[in-house]
Design a protein around this ligand. Structure first.
Ligand SMILES: [Mg+2]
Ligand SMILES: [Zn+2]
Length: 196
């Protein structure tokens, strides 16, 4: 009998931390208000939390893989300092630039295969939270149901929401995600929907 884990796939920049663009220095990390508390709520509800993030700074030669990894480590450390329960279980990143045409840059889905190698999951029990529509497309691509895909209004979320509203006018059948103000609100929503 194989174990499957309920996973929340979290975007990084603009969802967990403020995004001035291509953060490659740990000292530039600033966690968005309420994020640590939100992640702690997800952990208490029994979720595995993973960050899946496009880090094209590497492919564009703006930073190195070790810069990105040091920044990731700092984000995890800052979350724990803010709330000892705010544990992110794993970080998976795409290092490529768009021109590389890789299979792991979101909305492509290969990062989820790396996650699955560590934690087997049933996408129907998983959620995705991000500030870009491509984060939600990634979620759709791996089979996360539409009512479990959440756009946050931090980062580029407000622009993405207006873009979405225009798309809905042209194509009313487009699958509308859930939209909330920030990751903490997203976490509250998730916890309210799952009874474990
Ligand atoms: Mg983002
Ligand atoms: Zn990639």
């Amino acid at each position: 009998l194989s174990v499957v884990y309920p996973i929340v796939f979290l975007d990084r920049d603009g969802t967990i931390n403020f995004d001035p663009g291509y953060i490659c220095e740990p000292e530039k990390v600033e966690i968005i208000n309420g994020v640590a508390e939100g992640i702690a709520m997800l952990k208490q509800a029994g979720f595995i939390t993973v960050i899946v993030t496009n880090q094209s700074a590497i492919g564009r030669a703006i930073g190195t893989a070790s810069d990105v990894e040091a920044t990731n480590a700092e984000i995890l450390r800052r979350l724990i300092i803010e709330n000892p329960q705010a544990k992110v279980d794993g970080v998976f990143y795409c290092p490529h630039s768009p021109e590389d045409r890789c299979e792991c840059r979101k909305p492509k889905t290969k990062l989820a295969e790396f996650v699955r190698a560590k934690w087997s999951f049933n996408a129907r029990e998983c959620w995705v939270i991000g500030d870009k529509l491509r984060d939600l497309e990634f979620g759709a691509g791996i089979g996360i149901p539409k009512h479990q895909r959440i756009l946050v209004r931090t980062g580029t979320g407000i622009e993405e929401e207006s873009r979405l509203n225009c798309m809905m006018l042209e194509k009313p059948s487009y699958e509308h995600p859930i939209i909330v103000d920030n990751l903490k609100e997203a976490s509250k929503h998730i916890v309210s929907k799952v009874k474990r």
